[in-house]
Design a protein around this ligand. Structure first.
Ligand code: AGP
Length: 611
């Protein structure tokens, strides 16, 4: 039988581990951590614990060895409780599966042949095949279809003549691709974690040690944090915690930081979903930016003015934010470019030391955006980052950083981080034009009006619209000028949260082909404002209506063209922000009426850490 052709493993999972659990409930502690990390992947989950009671005589080495006990389940964690007994040391994983079906066997952790070593993994082991063949020849038996299980057997092989630390380091060096692995060794009661690409952070609370893909997972337990850099490793035992440079195989002095994440950052604060909580935070975030913007705004504005060429880039919503930059900076007389980061590498050859790259990213860990940034740096270009997650890889790579301070964003669908990034790109363009102060007061006024709009009364029209559209398979979104990139983001929210095929077009695009898709009752959302292109937007709505389209107007004005109207605050060039937020809320209510999970939509994960 031909070996099945392996699809590339795209893994954006959640990793959590604890040593010296103060409550002797390590498995439950891991469970709580995984629940917070579920936005990273929610197909299946598992926990491994050192079995304190069970000791087996190992005849060959004539000594007692400890075993590891594991539980693995398919599906979301939800309200599940662990069945594992008490214990002080455990590791756990929540998975986003692509390679190898969603089964308990493929869930992590994976054991070695002896059952005394367990491994959890985040990333791609690109040379999975060769390693597996070689290990199979050496007699290793594999029980899952994953590439991740390789790591467990590779370490087992290395343990034959090395201690656990050296065995994990040596095995990790053999893995190709962007990976993070964490190994639990029962007999030395040691956890070793290695990072190259996928993020890892260490949490400290006296002699209680945590390890996770995102520090928010131990925000309610740890006081201090260490963010592992690429090619670094951590060795955690009940006595100590040590950091190593994997290239120099030397100890490194850890950069210990205060963990300024609060427990409520990781909970819903009384809201039904993180999505709703985070969307409702948007007026406050815009107000904070208007009152106390990041100190680097003036510096970056100056660099943009001096740069020969400025390129904004990102993925998904972050790319749409980059596209907005083209419109905002044209207003300031500067021709900037916008690229989808996953397409940029090919164009990097046109960059040089006079080029300024501005990366936009919520997580700061999106692999394609990191690769584009590295391609620009390789051409000696200057790099700035407009980011939300502090201490991320992109922050470390950037020469100038603007942290949008939207706070941790847990819902997979980006709302507040996108609006915060968009607010900074707008403020940057106005600062370049010398309108910094005026724009800060415009933003403060807009934040107040937005607060009114997001009140339950303002949401009634959108809730009713969601009920009207609940059974639709297709929804079109059109917009002109600023409302074109706004339409792209609007449509993305509908796709992500409600699974409706929503597509955005520039108003002018319709007549060149896509209007053929319009038939009787086809819902078409028109985003508009009271600026220069109001008439153009309405006339293209007329054309759609003439072919039977059902026109939904998202605008600060009424029009007889609209079959349904959602009034948004009239805020001049900021009206498109309100139109997007109307889209975020429509997507949220559609997700509810269509029985989807607004926080964890199917097939998605919060940060895409592999290319
Ligand atoms: C947005 O709702 C999506 N989650 C997705 O498109 C996201 O914007 C994209 O993956 C980029 O993520 P980043 O901002 O963390 O780099």
């Amino acid at each position: 039988m031909q070996p099945r052709r392996l699809k590339k493993e795209i893994s954006m999972c959640g990793i959590f581990a604890v040593v010296n659990d103060s409550g002797n409930q390590a498995a439950q502690t891991v469970m709580e951590g995984l629940k917070i990390l579920e936005y990273r992947g929610y197909d299946s989950w598992g926990i491994a614990l050192i079995d304190q009671k069970l000791k087996i005589k190992d005849k060959k080495f004539r000594k007692y060895i400890k075993k590891i006990i594991i539980e693995k389940h398919v599906g979301k964690i939800g309200k599940a409780k662990t069945v594992l007994p008490a214990g002080r040391t455990a590791i756990g994983h929540t998975r986003w599966a692509t390679h190898g079906g969603v089964t308990a066997r493929n869930a992590h952790p994976h054991l070695d042949c002896t059952g005394t070593l367990a491994v959890i993994h985040n990333g791609i082991i690109e040379n999975y095949r060769e390693l597996k063949q070689d290990l199979a020849i050496k007699g290793h038996k594999f029980v899952s279809e994953t590439d991740s299980e390789i790591a467990a057997h590779l370490i087992e092989q290395e343990l034959k003549n090395k201690d656990i630390k050296k065995a994990v380091f040596s095995a990790f060096d053999k893995l190709k691709g962007l990976n993070a692995i964490v190994a639990l060794d029962a007999n030395s009661n040691t956890i070793v974690g290695c990072r190259y690409g996928s993020p890892l952070a260490v949490g400290l609370n006296q002699n209680e040690y945590f390890l996770a893909s995102d520090a928010i997972a131990f925000a309610n337990r740890a006081k201090k944090v260490i963010y592992l850099k690429d090619r670094q490793a951590v060795v955690m035992t009940s006595k100590s915690i040590k950091l190593y440079d994997l290239d120099k195989k030397k100890l490194v002095k850890p950069e210990i930081k205060e963990l300024n994440l609060k427990k409520q950052d990781a909970d819903k604060s009384g809201y039904r979903h993180f999505y709703l909580k985070e969307a409702m935070q948007e007026p406050g975030i815009i107000k904070n930016i208007s009152e106390k913007p990041d100190k680097n705004i003036q510096k970056l504005a100056k660099v943009i003015k001096q740069a020969e060429k400025t390129i904004f880039f990102g993925c998904g919503s972050a790319y749409f934010c980059s596209l907005f930059a083209k419109y905002f900076f044209a207003e300031a007389g500067i021709d900037v470019q916008a690229f989808q980061a996953h397409e940029y590498e090919y164009f990097a050859k046109l960059a040089d030391k006079n080029t300024l790259g501005i990366a936009i990213s919520q997580s700061g860990e999106t692999a394609d955006t990191l690769l584009a940034a590295k391609a620009l740096k390789a051409k000696k270009a200057e790099l700035a980052g407009i980011l939300n997650a502090k201490f991320s890889s992109l922050e470390r790579l950037s020469d100038i950083v603007i942290n949008v301070q939207a706070g941790p964003e847990i819902a997979v669908v980006s709302t507040k981080a996108f609006i915060a990034q968009l607010t900074y790109v707008y403020l940057l363009s106005r600062t370049v034009k010398g309108l910094y102060k005026k724009t800060c007061s415009d933003l403060a006024l807009f934040a107040k009006n937005l607060n009114g709009f997001l009140k339950p009364a303002g949401m009634q029209k959108i809730k009713k619209l969601a009920l009207k559209l609940a059974d639709k398979q297709n929804i079109f979104v059109t917009g002109k000028n600023l409302n074109y990139p706004a339409g792209l983001e609007f449509a993305l929210k509908l796709k992500e949260a409600s699974y409706i095929h929503a597509e955005a077009f520039a108003c002018g695009e319709l007549k060149h082909g896509v209007i053929s898709l319009i038939e009787q009752g086809t819902p078409c959302t028109v985003l508009a404002d009271n600026l220069k292109y109001k008439a153009d937007s309405l006339s293209s709505a007329e054309e759609v209506k003439a072919r039977g389209g059902y026109i939904i107007g998202i605008a600060p004005f009424e029009s007889e063209v609209f079959d349904y109207h959602v009034r948004v605050p009239d805020a001049g060039r900021l009206t498109c922000f309100a139109n997007i937020i109307a889209g975020q809320m429509l997507a949220y209510f559609l997700s509810l009426v269509r029985g989807a999970d607004p926080d964890k939509p199917r097939n998605l994960a919060k940060s895409v850490t592999v290319k």
